[in-house]
Write a protein that binds this ligand. Structure first.
Ligand SMILES: C[S@@+](CC[C@H](N)C(=O)[O-])C[C@H]1O[C@@H](n2cnc3c(N)ncnc32)[C@H](O)[C@@H]1O
Length: 362
């Protein structure tokens, strides 16, 4: 990827490099620090929290109210430290990533502008587009979120490189999502939509898998679709992007054979989630498939106090305001209510994710 103006140190494969070696070393450290806090310390946090409940004479059952769990967990020094680590890792990740890639914001803006008129593929947006307030939250603490920082595309790209702890440097996870997305039973795939496409990592992979199809990526964030378009042009993929709402896409009835979404639904309010499912049903043709790769959701299944503590922590302190609504909703029930047949999809390597195939009844 020849983004020399944007990334003076070039790229490693399809991943742009931070502008200084010091930034790369710093963010490498944050990646490991995050791994320690999230992966290594999480089970210890759970055990310690449950032990704190037991020590207070409370059985750590699934019935313990969240407020009681929080009261006892928050008194444990290790859990206080864990929360600080998680928050700091996130803040360090975004701050240094932004500083590194925004070393020349004007040059970045010029580059994005230059690519707007270039193909293959096109970028469609209306300068008067209204971004709803719910979509302007700084999800995961990303400064300016997906919508309000002109640098948001590249910042999200490199930030998630850290988030994925090196497992997606070359879009490997997105390649798998594209490969595992369900093809309609009749095998006809001429039109594909990647909703909430972010920086288009999945969108280009769908084009790789289906080179003859017309592929669109749609997202509410203009910074992310502008960057997605630039990146796709650089990589030589003929895909199109549009800034639009997944609940009001502007596409025609039955236009698509396949729609794909990857880690999107937990980031919107439940009412929007329902509206998106209705819209996907409208724009898919009968027999068309909607492949959904998403965070786990538990509906009304009772959960251990430590898991509910984590969900609550993440919602409050990592700006995931809508995730509890998603986690505790009957997601598969809502998909069926929207008129789809619901089945399990192919499980990606990341066992944390659930994979669902919703097929529009013929
Ligand atoms: C966690 S990111 C996932 C992005 C992408 N699928 C990926 O694989 O990186 C969630 C995306 O949802 C987008 N989004 C949130 N609400 C939306 C909406 N109502 N319509 C379209 N996109 C939305 C955000 O802008 C963001 O890019």
């Amino acid at each position: 990827m020849a983004t020399s103006t944007l990334t003076p140190r070039g790229s490693i494969g399809v991943l742009p490099r931070p502008s200084k070696l010091a930034d790369e070393s710093y963010t490498d450290f944050v990646e490991s620090f995050r791994d320690m806090a999230l992966i290594k310390m999480f089970p210890i946090m759970c055990e310690t929290g449950h032990a704190a409940l037991s020590n207070a004479g409370i059985e750590p059952t699934h019935e313990v109210p969240l407020d009681t769990a929080k009261e006892h967990f928050n008194r444990v020094p290790l859990i206080q430290t864990w929360q600080r680590f998680m928050r700091s890792a996130q803040e360090m990740m975004w701050r240094r990533t932004r500083e590194s890639f925004a070393y020349d914001e004007e040059a970045h803006e010029q580059l994005l502008r230059k690519y707007e008129g270039k193909g293959p593929g096109k970028l469609v947006y209306d300068p008067g587009f209204h971004v709803p307030d719910y979509a302007r939250r700084e999800i995961h603490l990303q400064p300016g979120g997906y919508t309000d920082d002109p640098m948001g595309g590249i910042v999200y790209h490199y930030g998630t490189k850290i988030f994925y702890q090196g497992m997606n440097d070359q879009d490997e996870l997105h390649a798998e999502v594209a490969d595992f997305s369900a093809v309609p039973a009749d095998g006809k795939v001429a039109n594909i939509l990647d909703i909430a496409c972010g920086v288009g990592q999945g969108t280009v992979q769908l084009k790789r898998r289906f080179p003859g199809a017309e592929v669109w990526g749609l997202d509410v964030g203009l910074p992310v679709v502008r960057y997605a378009h630039m990146r796709s042009v650089e990589l030589g993929y003929d895909v199109n992007y549009v800034q639009a709402l997944a609940e009001k896409t502007g596409f025609a009835d039955s236009q698509f054979d396949m729609v794909v979404s990857y880690i999107f639904f937990h980031e919107v309010p439940v009412e929007v989630m329902k509206a998106v499912l209705g819209e996907m049903h409208r724009i898919l043709r009968p027999g068309g498939t909607f492949s959904i790769f998403e965070f786990p959701n538990h509906g009304s299944t009772p959960l251990p106090p430590a898991v509910r503590f984590m969900i609550d922590y993440d919602s409050r302190d990592n700006c995931e305001p809508y995730s509890p609504g998603f986690v505790y909703a009957d997601f598969r029930g809502l998909i069926a209510e929207a008129g789809f047949e619901v089945a399990d999809g192919r499980q990606p390597t990341n066992a944390f994710l659930q994979s669902i195939v919703a097929t529009k009844k013929a």
